[in-house]
Design a protein around this ligand. Structure first.
Ligand SMILES: *Cc1c(COP(=O)(O)O)cnc(C)c1O
Length: 379
């Protein structure tokens, strides 16, 4: 089945009690049993909920995986993955990941004795060099947030397999419409469903998709034991969001391309980070592993001061100044003071994330209006 069809039909079955075409919001905490131990597969809603089951099935289908698990947020999904590990185990991860992932790793899991090795994963050789006998897991994010660095998933998957590690890819920025890490050899795909999967900035949710049943069982055990499950209304919203993922991502890619090129030609812009440029370091790999370059763009101004960046950030009208991304409406963000404020300044600058960097989540409004808005703000 082609993806556009999958997005609309994945996980949808007419409701058995009424025939309702849309999965009902099963707003319940428990299920009445016919006799002790005799039930319809649903016992208590932390463990199972039919709206969540439908969503988890859809998640698996759209990422070309066998099993999906939904969580109360993206970081809750990440949290569940790291709980597969034991004290002393090592994780290799990218040095410019999502700030909340970095915070979870350094401020929470380091206290439990998990060791994180931050490397530039855009070179698979760096990943290989960081492997020790204690390494258990590799955590990738590609494209990265906010510098749009690209890691070759298949090359890292080969290293991961050779050392019998678990390869996890945070696929939030690409979405399943542009990149399917399981097809490239990853073991687990993670999503902040808050972003492109939900697509309408109205829900916080996370997702994991995998093929291995043992891994699924372990993660399901963590999901129900730790309890970071999404409510049924949130599952309904993400199910609905997924239906338009195909058309939305097409529009995000078109608008992203138009704005990236417009910015690149602008006399007051010094640098534009977007993987669709042929002179972007990750262009060849992105062209190979992605079906489109997306609507996430970062740029720096020739006047490289925080003041000038802040002036532009406060001057747009259609681009709303806000954290987050992946919704139908365009957002503008200052990583240094917003999404990435939890990363120490020296660490940020070292990784190329300057004080004046501006990040755009290009929405699906008319591109002419978006260009006009940016033109007025940049001046
Ligand atoms: C937002 C985001 C997360 C965290 O997801 P939440 O739903 O906010 O908990 C993780 N990774 C990336 C790349 C993100 O953009």
């Amino acid at each position: 089945m082609k993806s556009a069809t999958k997005y609309i039909h994945a996980g949808s079955h007419p409701d058995p009690s009424t025939g309702a075409i849309m999965t009902p919001v099963y707003q319940t905490s428990t299920y009445v049993q016919e006799a002790p131990g005799v039930n319809k597969g649903y016992e208590y809603a932390r463990s199972q909920n039919p709206t969540r089951t439908a969503l988890e099935e859809a998640l698996a289908v759209i990422e070309n995986g066998k099993f999906g698990l939904a969580f109360s947020s993206g970081v809750a999904a990440t949290d569940a993955v790291i709980k597969l590990l034991n004290p002393g185990d090592e994780v290799i991860c990218a040095n410019d990941m999502y700030g909340g992932t970095y915070r979870l790793f350094t401020k929470v899991f380091e206290r439990f004795g998990i060791v994180f090795r931050y490397v530039d994963t855009t070179s698979a050789a760096n990943v290989e060099a960081a492997v020790t006998p204690k390494t258990k897991l590799i955590w990738l994010e590609t494209p990265t947030n906010p510098l749009m660095n690209i890691t070759d998933i298949a090359s890292v998957a080969a290293i991961s397999k050779a050392h019998k590690l678990i390869l996890v890819v945070d696929n939030t920025f690409a979405s399943p419409a542009l990149q399917n890490p399981l097809d490239l050899g990853a073991d687990i795909v993670m999503h902040s469903a808050t972003k492109y999967l939900g697509g309408h900035s109205d829900v916080i949710q996370g997702a994991l998709v995998m093929n291995d049943v043992e891994l699924r069982d372990k993660l399901y055990f963590i999901q129900k034991s730790c309890g970071a499950v999404p409510g049924p209304m949130d599952c309904f919203l993400v199910l609905r969001g997924i239906k338009t993922l195909g058309v939305r991502m097409k529009a995000h890619c078109e608008n992203g391309k138009r704005i990236a090129h417009w910015l690149k030609d602008h006399p007051k812009v010094s640098k534009v980070y977007w993987p669709g440029f042929e002179d972007h370091a990750g262009y060849a790999v992105a062209s190979k592993q992605m079906k489109g370059f997306g609507g996430m763009i970062s740029f720096e101004l020739k006047n490289d001061s925080v003041e000038e960046a802040k002036r532009v950030l406060s001057s747009t009208h259609l681009f709303s100044l806000a954290e987050s991304l992946g919704g139908v409406e365009s957002l503008i963000n200052h990583p240094a003071s917003m999404t990435h404020a939890s990363i120490p300044r020296e660490e940020r600058i070292k990784n190329g994330l300057s004080d004046s960097l501006i990040r755009l989540s290009v929405g699906i409004e008319d591109a002419d209006d978006l260009v006009e808005d940016l033109a007025k703000a940049i001046g």
